[in-house]
Design a protein around this ligand. Sequence first.
Ligand SMILES: Cc1ncc(C[n+]2csc(CCOP(=O)(O)OP(=O)(O)O)c2C)c(N)n1
Length: 525
Amino acid sequence: METLLLSGNEAIALGAYEAGVKVGVGYPGTPSTEILENLKEHKDVYTEWSVNEKVALEVGIGASLGGARTLVTMKHVGVNVAADPLFTVSYMGVKGGLVIISADDPFMHSSQNEQDNRNYAYAAKIPMLEPSDSEEARSFTKLAFELSEKYDTPVFLRPTTRVCHAYSIVNVDKNKDKRVEIDKGRFERNLKKYVMIPAYARARHFIVEDRENLIKEDANTLSINKTEYNNTDVGYITSGISYHYVKEAAPDASILKLGMVYPLPEKLIKEFCSKVKKVVIVEELEPFFETRIKAMGISVTGKNVFPITGELSPDSISNFLGKQKETPLTINSKVPPRPPALCKGCPHSFVYETLGKMNITVAGDIGCYTLGVLPPYNGIDTCVDMGGSITVAQGLELTDPSKTYAAIIGDSTFAHSGITGLVNAAYNGRKNLIIILDNGTTAMTGMQPNPFSGETIQSLPAEPVNYYHLCKAVGISDENFIEVNAYKPAEIESAIKKLLATKKLSVLLVKGLCIIYNKKKSKKQ
Ligand SMILES: Cc1ncc(C[n+]2csc(CCOP(=O)(O)OP(=O)(O)O)c2C)c(N)n1
């Protein structure tokens, strides 16, 4: 037996590898990014950064239908982008096991919202597993592949930030935990299963309902839905990281730990609740278990004492129990708060300095450059979602065409979903200025390559997409496309003035390597 100390993300990659995964695809996003970065180290697995989550899931669906066990990774908001194929692949089912990671981020350590993606499992009728530590991250990933093939369904794995990034023990039995080789054969034509026209989809919907009922029944005896009977005054129903919080704050309590968080094992829940005097539900974010367990006619304590927002902690449960909080370590030194900011010398900063001198409303986007909202730049006026800047600027222009609007977007974000916005602007005759900040990498999530940076996830060369030709193809004239050096503020200023004077849809491409990426690259050489 070998004992490893792994992060949840490393453990998911290990579990997927041991499960015989052949294809791993995804789009970076905290807290999911390191899963694929670890999986890519195995040369017998095909890995790719896809341009966005919808594309990743569609590539994943194709690979699964071709018989490969396939892992698709993304952060919680990525599932919004992938939602269209998600709901339909639930009807189609799989051939090779298809596991989708939805890495959720309670407290928004690095996200624009803290949506609870258990709701996606319910809405798309896809089973979901939730690990509470690295050992489970690995074993649940393996189980997810098995369940996917057994029930002919994609399966979600929903780790949260604390599980993805915390390190805990994983025991590997070298004899037992070898990579399994699964041969599911190749793609076979099956129109009624793989072509979701209404006539076939209607029939599949019945199959999905039956499948869900079957999984719900089987969940009552699934090994990862576990009861621990101790003091029966209070019985806790919990999952994921919250399980450890309960164990720490109430070590002698009875617990029902749900490893499968959707669908819920109704009989097991009813049996557990009948054996304890009071039921307390400890779950982060939405009252997902609570609503369903109340609907079983069971009265519970839940969100009336625990918050819907942010993360829980052992203290949340101690507070509820009226226990003294345990503060094991007090640090007396005062650490000044260090809110995130653009790095000193960041190539993005010069554009913001220039925009600051002009009276322009700027629709921002998601990346390091979002930090341009902060003083001293105060450089953006809106920020909604990845790829939303170019299109939000178009909406603003509709309301007051006499004003000047710009959109500001990074290279990875432009590839993710900005290009469709550019096409929309050109097609519908908008006149905005689009500023693309190309720093050579996907900086905010830790320097992943993207379609503009000239290499793949395996650091192999890839032909970078050509901005000029792309803009030409949508009808932007030579006069309305200017490329400047990010470190030459005077040139940036004169280019912006020139482009605005044309009063036509324009693109300013600002190029300058991210300084951290540049340092890393020069160290490697
Ligand atoms: C739908 C969605 N997917 C992924 C993310 C995570 N994410 C935040 S910023 C970012 C990368 C931005 O890269 P780029 O546009 O190149 O800007 P840079 O950080 O390099 O300045 C990603 C992938 C997200 N917020 N939303």
